[in-house]
Design a binder for this molecule. Structure first.
Ligand code: CMP
Length: 139
């Protein structure tokens, strides 16, 4: 089915000028970038976005990293977009990511792993709504 998913190009990738490379890999996989904005996340936004991880030992580090520089928030659309984007991203830890995936090609570590993608359609809708209004999405 035609789905939407939510993506973030993280600070380690924007810092190295890799937004275009990541976007080229997204588009080559057949996903359409139907919403996109470059922002500096506030601590409040990052804490809210990652609230599900609040009890994890790496939560503080994660919030600090995601607010350390600009990120690009995106809405992606395509057939089975949630699963497809997770395939394109590769495993969370770049050491485990398959050849040709974004994380294999550009990520630095399990924390500085260059991209985020929603893990379900339900979470995609919640995450998109945190950063986009429908007026800023055009499919
Ligand atoms: P993301 O998909 O954005 O969602 C949660 C993030 O937590 C994940 O990507 C990782 O970047 C990060 N993360 C997971 N495990 C660790 C870890 N052990 N240390 C630091 N960050 C982590």
């Amino acid at each position: 089915a035609l789905e939407r998913t939510f993506s973030i190009i993280k600070p380690d990738a924007t810092e190295r000028n890799l937004t275009g490379k990541v976007n080229a890999m997204i588009e080559a996989a057949g996903l359409r970038i139907i919403g996109q904005r470059r922002i500096q996340m506030t601590e409040e936004q990052a804490k809210r976005f990652y609230a599900v991880h609040a009890e994890r030992p790496f939560y503080g580090e994660l919030v600090e990293f995601m607010t350390s520089g600009p990120v690009v928030v995106q809405v992606l659309e395509g057939e089975n977009a949630v699963a497809k984007y997770r395939d394109v991203m590769g495993a969370t830890n770049p050491a485990d990511a398959a050849d040709g995936t974004i994380r294999k090609e550009v990520a630095k570590s399990i924390g500085e792993n260059s991209v985020h993608g929603s893990d379900s359609q339900e979470n995609a809708a919640i995450e998109i709504a945190q950063f986009f209004s429908e007026a800023d999405i055009a499919g």
